[in-house]
Design a protein around this ligand. Sequence first.
Ligand SMILES: Nc1ncnc2c1ncn2[C@@H]1O[C@H](COP(=O)(O)OP(=O)(O)OP(=O)(O)O)[C@@H](O)[C@H]1O
Ligand SMILES: Cc1ncsc1CCO
Ligand SMILES: [Mg+2]
Length: 265
Amino acid sequence: MTIQLEANLQNLRAKAPLVHNITNFVVMNFTANALLAIGASPVMAHAVEEVEDMVSIAGALVVNIGTLSPLWVEGMHSAMAKAAQTGKPIVLDPVGAGATPYRNNVLTALLEAAPPAIIRGNGSEILALAGASIQTKGVDSTADSTDSIGAARALSERFGSVVSVSGAVDVIVHGNRTAWISNGVPLMTKVTGMGCSASALAGAFAAVVTDPFEAAVSAAVTMGVCGELAYRAAKLPGSFQIAFLDTLSDISPAHLAELSKIRLE
Ligand SMILES: Nc1ncnc2c1ncn2[C@@H]1O[C@H](COP(=O)(O)OP(=O)(O)OP(=O)(O)O)[C@@H](O)[C@H]1O
Ligand SMILES: Cc1ncsc1CCO
Ligand SMILES: [Mg+2]
């Protein structure tokens, strides 16, 4: 099995898929900019009155529960049901899973109603989602991605989803396939919305790549390689955030493939 990183990024840029995001107030702007920079076309829409129509014209749906409230949850359910019905890939970012019972309950209902193609979260979010009794510290991880592999496998088996766990090493599992991606820099944890962007990029790749495992790996590598290149130019969070967007738009497909550090099993 190989991952066609070069072709996948070329394909993404050629098709510029519309990615429908229902995401949180904190990261909306950064996520839209990250999607534009890589070559996708973002739209943020959460009203229950329009999500079905929006997802119908999109290539993928990204649902992120970062700042949820009941009306938004209604929109998430409608959008996910329509995506499932029309065969659009869904990416779910379980932001803050394990922090409060409300988040856990909403996530359980969403997962059961419409299983996502890709679930992308940090270590403690994935542990919590799989039912471990773990207290997530707000939206930040309290667990290593590599300690969450068992939880990721259990979730993948239960919902049939690719599970992508971010951290110093990103671990991506689907059935008996596993990818370890060791790109990225620690400064990425000091800019809010890096994980949310990782999920949004997974949506952009899933819109143009048939295999969701391949899409999730391509997104994680893109995040990590662009993080490393941005860090060459900027070593503090504010300037790094901007350098990261610049790098997403500047990275060539060949350079992405060349700098990738993937181990596949
Ligand atoms: N210690 C690290 N070293 C290198 N890269 C890292 C490290 N920690 C996280 N990353 C990278 O940072 C990105 C975001 O991952 P992270 O686990 O911080 O997401 P998150 O907690 O969901 O973020 P947020 O909720 O703030 O958006 C991923 O691309 C991941 O590979
Ligand atoms: C800080 C924060 N709080 C809710 S969502 C969010 C963005 C990172 O996930
Ligand atoms: Mg997150």
